[in-house]
Design a protein around this ligand. Structure first.
Ligand code: FO1
Length: 332
């Protein structure tokens, strides 16, 4: 039986950007202080204005610090845009909107990275400065960059997502650099000590797969005694936010999207949480499922969902996943 959550046996969440950050905020508000560790996608990271930008790490950081922009989901609340406006006036690139407060964080992190801190250390410094009680762990310290294959050719992730607004038809992904990435001691230790592992309602292809592409990470989840639960990012056959449903359609998945996601995570899950609007899909699922309201509009709804998912996870035996274990490239 996996241990109960405390500072030594954390609940570990795998998260991408906005959906992951919202759910992680609910977990943080529900669990004892420091009982949550969030492993975050860095496949969206890129270099812009000479700075390393870590959108998902920062979205989780700002969300857990309660300083995020509630309208966009990314960036800071109460942001100003002086640098961006002036950059635009001088003919610089303005398609990726970095606000003044956000930029301050980037300048500082860049200094630390240049001085020799790794991304895990830099992120930990930032979360302490923002009084975040949870640990935020980048999935790895080496650069892994998501490359999106589209009908218009290959696009770096932010070009596809922000500059092109996910318009090109999706054909597939490569996580460039993943094969050379190494598991950090912090990520490995947190997964080994986890009382429960939760895959947040993030895009399985864009946000979670890069995390699972870090060599050894998938195997640690498969070997864990802790129950592993994924929360669906689909509500009523559509994405709550972002392009997941569009991408699934472009891959030929036209219906039964919750089942498609469960199959995508085959061999990893003990349980699945789907939205009440997709209730009809539950009977198709080959594993225990919880059907509930997964829409998170405010802190009480985030907290309610988090509490339900935690309770569901702890009702599951865990560590019983070998029967439906798939053959993955990095499996023996
Ligand atoms: N998303 C946008 O759609 N437009 C932006 O201009 C933009 C700027 C931005 C700046 C900092 C940051 O941390 C995130 C930002 N995002 C922006 C969000 C982000 O690029 C994506 O939502 C994620 O990469 C997908 O999870």
């Amino acid at each position: 039986m996996a241990p109960k959550p405390d500072n030594h046996s954390p609940v570990v969440a795998l998260a991408g950007g906005v959906g992951g950050a919202k759910f992680a905020a609910g977990l943080q508000a529900t669990l004892p202080p420091a009982a949550l560790t969030v492993i975050v996608n860095t496949g969206d990271d890129f270099e812009h204005w000479g700075l390393t930008i870590c959108p998902d790490v920062d979205t989780v950081l700002y969300g857990l610090a309660g300083v995020n922009n509630p309208h966009t989901g990314w960036g800071r609340a109460g942001e100003t845009w002086n640098v961006l406006t002036e950059t635009e006036r001088l003919g610089g690139e303005d398609w990726f909107r970095l606000g003044d407060k956000d930029l301050a964080l980037h300048l500082l992190r860049n200094q630390w990275l240049k001085a020799g801190l790794n991304l895990t250390e830099g992120t930990d410094r930032l979360r302490r400065k923002l009084d975040v009680p949870s640990r935020i762990l980048p999935m790895c310290n080496q650069p892994v960059r998501t490359l999106v294959h589209t009908d218009e050719g290959d696009l770096p992730f932010q070009d596809y997502f922000v500059r092109r607004r996910c318009e090109p038809t999706f054909r597939g992904l490569t996580f460039v650099g993943a094969a050379k990435a190494t598991l950090t001691p912090e990520v490995a230790a947190s997964l080994q000590a986890a009382s429960q592992i939760i895959i947040c309602p993030s895009n399985p292809y864009l946000s979670v797969d890069p995390i699972l592409s870090v060599p050894g990470l998938r195997q640690l989840i498969q070997e864990s005694d802790a129950p592993v639960v994924a929360v669906s990012p689909i509500v009523g056959g559509r994405a709550v936010k972002g392009p997941v449903a569009k991408m699934m359609r472009e891959m030929g998945h036209l219906k039964h999207l919750p089942l498609t996601i469960v199959e995508h995570y085959a061999g990893l899950l003990d349980g699945f949480v789907l939205d009440q609007q997709d209730r009809a899909e539950q009977s198709q699922l080959p594993l225990p499922a919880l059907t509930t309201d997964t829409i998170m509009t405010d802190l009480p709804s985030k907290r309610r969902l988090a509490a339900e998912v935690l309770q569901f996870g702890h009702s599951l035996p865990g560590g019983n996943r070998t029967a439906n274990r798939p053959r993955h490239q990095n499996d023996e």
